[in-house]
Design a protein around this ligand. Structure first.
Ligand SMILES: *[C@@H]1O[C@H](CO)[C@@H](O)[C@H](O)[C@H]1NC(C)=O
Ligand SMILES: *[C@@H]1O[C@H](CO)[C@@H](O)[C@H](O)[C@H]1NC(C)=O
Ligand SMILES: *[C@@H]1O[C@H](CO)[C@@H](O)[C@H](O)[C@H]1NC(C)=O
Ligand SMILES: *[C@@H]1O[C@H](CO)[C@@H](O)[C@H](O)[C@H]1NC(C)=O
Length: 461
């Protein structure tokens, strides 16, 4: 493996933008790629300059983690939904949301800390892709198989805390759903039980106090599985208290038959989690949204980076590069490279200019973070983001509820920045449309003279 570089400590990260990087400057593909450090000078100052002037300093106030979306294929979305509604999500119904033109979404409510959020699977076979996205999903599904053997892609996992683990685990075990059982010890010394199942090649792992299931026998995570990547980022005691602090006024919670699950770790693989490409993601999230990140583990074969927000307690975003675990005939780097090729193919125009009106399937594989601050703060952040994204393939959409940027950073997951109270000075950005490969309502209008299929209000809740 290539030598790893430590991430820059965030304490010194504040960015001063070179004047050349005024909003709207666009990188040509094929033009020499500036290194991140050359593009953006890192200084000890705590002021972020944009074309709109200084913005000092952004914190995580008014930012919330809203959702995590994984890709799905149309043929398997219904069984995914069934698995969720039967075992994990209480009383939700078995109906996929129809976004028009064979785009379907399965949406599951969970809690991020004290507020509700969503885990989504999206099947959008029409959206632009170099043709292998469904193949990757099938690859992960086959590799994980019956969950007997650990593989490196299993770090793509959502960890769900249950205050009473047996309530959820009982039916899974009774029905013989293949589970990977492991144990760990939290920072208080309490015994933790992990039960991982696979959902379309993604691992969903229930965790809770081992004492909830006295009969369960589970080995500790082995060295090759990188125990640090599975360690709970918060203690069981803290998570148990967090369930109690939930905002009962939030209607979504009333839908659960059982106590809701807390999504405590949102895990993603990436080869080179501390590379320059990955650093752009951490630094943009830091500057714009007040996110912090730490390299929580770094050995010769496994590196773990946790990212999170002060305004979003109880959730860790975890990026893992595990070179010790097997990954079958494809590597973590292969996956990153495929996603990169998809972004490169569809998010630049024929002249090599960034094309934020384009789209590719992997933009739908993302974390969504929502900014609800007032209009002036919103515009300031949105224009700062456009400057930051000068070297990143991205898409921009104007939706009725928010103005959206989907940033295709290196690695298989994008970040969706959602601005509720402003249009980012681009009210004429296209709306989304599941009927065109580029997810673009203007394209649909030009083709048909009609508005795109109206998105129904049928979110299966
Ligand atoms: C975050 O910044 C806003 C100004 O943008 C300020 O009003 C607020 O007090 C800050 N919050 C914290 C926790 O520092
Ligand atoms: C999935 O379920 C919907 C109804 O909820 C049904 O219309 C559709 O045909 C199903 N798709 C597949 C591939 O089974
Ligand atoms: C990173 O470490 C700092 C200092 O200990 C801490 O304040 C912050 O919450 C940590 N962030 C994450 C995401 O773990
Ligand atoms: C739609 O057609 C108009 C007028 O020809 C053109 O300016 C615009 O670029 C087209 N938009 C798309 C997305 O094709």
């Amino acid at each position: 493996m290539a030598a790893r570089q430590p991430a820059r400590p965030l304490a010194v990260v504040a960015l001063v933008f070179a004047l050349a990087l005024v909003a709207g400057a666009r990188r040509r593909r094929g033009a020499p790629l500036l290194g991140f450090a050359e593009t953006v000078r890192v200084s000890a100052a705590t002021t972020t300059m944009t074309s709109r002037g200084p913005l000092v300093p952004f914190n995580s106030s008014d930012w919330r983690l809203q959702k995590m979306t994984h890709l799905s294929s149309l043929a398997t979305l219904n069984s995914t939904l069934h698995l969720f509604t039967t075992y994990l999500a209480g009383s939700l119904t078995d109906c996929p949301s129809d976004l028009g033109c064979s785009v379907r979404r399965a949406k599951f409510g969970v809690r991020f800390g004290t507020h509700s959020g969503a885990l989504q699977f999206l099947a959008a076979p029409l959206f632009d892709d170099l043709g292998e996205a469904d193949g990757w999903i099938a690859y992960f599904r086959e590799l994980h198989g019956d969950m007997r053997n650990f593989d490196a892609f299993m770090h793509n996992k959502v960890v769900l805390y249950a205050r009473d683990l047996a309530t959820y685990a009982g039916p899974l075990i009774a029905d013989g759903i293949p589970l990977m059982l492991r144990s760990s010890v939290d920072a208080d010394g309490a015994d933790v039980l992990h039960l991982g199942l696979q959902v379309e090649g993604v691992v969903f792992e229930l965790v809770g106090a081992a004492g909830d299931m006295p009969g369960a026998r589970a080995p500790a995570w082995s060295a090759d599985e990188c125990p640090a990547a599975h360690a709970l980022p918060f203690t069981l005691a803290y998570l148990s208290d967090l369930v109690g602090l939930a905002d009962d006024a939030d209607d979504d919670f009333a839908l659960y038959a059982n106590e809701p699950l807390l999504a405590v770790t949102l895990g993603m693989t990436q080869h080179g989690v501390t590379s320059a490409g990955a650093a752009a993601r951490y630094e943009h999230a830091a500057v714009l949204t007040g996110a912090s990140h730490n390299v929580t583990h770094a050995s010769a074969t496994c590196v773990v980076v946790d990212m999170g927000w002060e305004s979003q307690p109880g959730v860790a975003i975890r990026f893992v590069d595990n070179a010790a675990a097997p990954s079958g005939s494809r590597s973590l780097a292969d996956y990153d490279a495929y996603v990169r090729r998809d972004h490169e193919a569809f998010l630049y125009d024929e002249d090599g200019e960034q094309n934020p009106d384009g789209w590719d399937r992997y933009l739908d594989q993302h974390l969504g973070i929502w900014y609800s601050g007032g209009e002036a703060s919103c515009q300031a952040r949105a224009s700062a983001l456009r400057v930051l994204l000068a070297d990143v393939p991205y898409a921009e959409r104007q939706q009725p509820d928010a103005h959206l940027f989907y940033a295709g950073y290196d690695g298989p997951f994008a970040l969706e920045y959602q601005f509720e109270h402003c249009d980012a000075d681009r009210a004429d950005a296209p709306a989304e449309c599941g009927c065109t490969g580029n997810n673009n309502e203007d394209t649909w209008y030009n083709l048909t003279g009609d508005a795109c299929w109206a998105m129904g209000d049928d979110w299966c809740e």
